[in-house]
Design a protein around this ligand. Structure first.
Ligand code: 5GP
Ligand code: MN
Length: 340
């Protein structure tokens, strides 16, 4: 017999303010003060939040006279190269014989998302995790994990508290917030998000319109072609409640686009009226699929991703799956249907 289930609205949690007087912030301030060699690590497939947050912190620590680098396992996307200091982000950090005094992971939801730098991170004498993903398992010695729209919001509070903000840091943090909030559109945005953006715009000199254009609106011709190609083949299931966009290596080749150009395509799926769950699957060169999940009213995206060892937020999450494409789609559809 069919069991009829009432649909429950999944609300994004009401958020508590970012409290820099808590113990973990004090531990971080002390760790920053005591450390000389510091490594900042951004997550694989970097976006404007992990790079913007990392660069703001990097600039501040350099100004303090620290020996610091910012590393990312994947190359920084072309569209983020306009950020002040972007050239500093390296895939080849200095190989010191001694472990780092302090390693800081920014915006990195799990240890795995440090990619090849996981080892450098964990071998540091002290480790800190600064992140806004609710799925974060708190894999650092110091963990500052606050659910908010962007890690850049947390970095803002930390730098402000330590009087380390600058025009360049403000530009990077604003870029981080714009990126992860969908330009202030997502349900993760709170009055505090707007307040921080306003404080940045009031207190510092940077070109907000240009940052929004570069991080949110600008697309290369390749991206435009890629989107048109893959969105025209978008598939719908469950009476139009589920959308699946697939991006194969051949699509990237045909349009001249790269993996980082697939970011945000899933948003077009969830924008469609009636769609409650949108998936995008990107075929990676190693035959893995990078899956992005977006949800609207009734499904927790983080919960779907967690079924496959991934994670993220209530409305936006991701995971990686290996295997046959059709099997993967079936598994994703089952997870979505079970929750609709
Ligand atoms: P996106 O779909 O834009 O790549 O990611 C959406 C959100 O889910 C981001 O906040 C991202 O950090 C998180 N996310 C994406 N892929 C993974 C993954 O493989 N593992 C985990 N833990 N989180 C992910
Ligand atoms: Mn983020």
């Amino acid at each position: 017999m069919l069991i009829k289930r009432e649909k429950t609205l999944i609300k994004t949690p009401t958020r508590k303010p970012i409290m820099t007087n808590e113990n973990n912030y004090q531990a971080l301030s002390a760790a920053l003060k005591n450390a000389d060699s510091i490594g900042i690590f951004s997550h694989v497939s970097p976006d404007g939040d992990t790079i913007g947050s990392g660069l703001a912190l990097y600039g501040a620590l350099k100004a303090l006279g620290k020996t610091v680098f910012i590393a990312c396992a994947d190359p920084i996307p072309q569209k983020l190269l306009f950020l002040p200091g972007a050239a500093a982000v390296t895939q080849n950090p200095p190989k010191a014989a001694k472990p780092l005094d302090l390693a800081i992971a920014v915006d990195t939801a799990s240890y795995e998302r440090l990619g090849v730098f996981g080892h450098d991170f964990s071998r540091a004498k002290n480790t800190a995790v600064i992140d806004h993903h609710k799925s974060n398992p708190r894999y650092g010695k110091i963990n500052i994990v606050v659910e908010c729209a962007a890690t850049a919001e947390i970095i803002y509070r930390i730098l402000k508290e330590n009087a380390l903000l600058s025009d360049d840091a403000a530009a990077c943090l604003f870029a981080g917030i714009v990126t992860d909030s969908g330009c202030f559109a997502f349900s993760s945005v709170t009055p505090e998000t707007h307040a921080i953006a306003a404080e940045l715009m009031n207190g510092f000199k940077f070109d907000a319109e240009n940052i929004i254009y570069n991080t949110y609106r600008a697309k290369s011709l390749q991206v435009f072609k890629l989107r048109n190609a893959v969105l025209s083949k978008c598939k719908f299931y469950n009476d139009g409640q589920i959308a699946v966009v697939s991006i194969f290596q051949s699509d990237l080749k045909d349009t001249g686009a790269g993996e980082s150009d697939t970011e945000g395509i899933v948003t077009d799926g969830i924008s469609i009226i009636g769609v409650e769950v949108a998936f995008s699957l990107t075929e990676m060169p190693n035959k893995q699929f990078k899956v992005s999940i977006r949800t609207k009213n009734y499904v927790d995206a983080n919960d779907c991703a967690a079924a496959f060892g991934g994670g993220g937020h209530t409305r936006a999450a991701g995971c990686r799956l290996s295997g046959n494409y059709y099997d993967i789609v079936d598994k994703l559809l089952k997870v979505a249907r079970d929750r609709l």
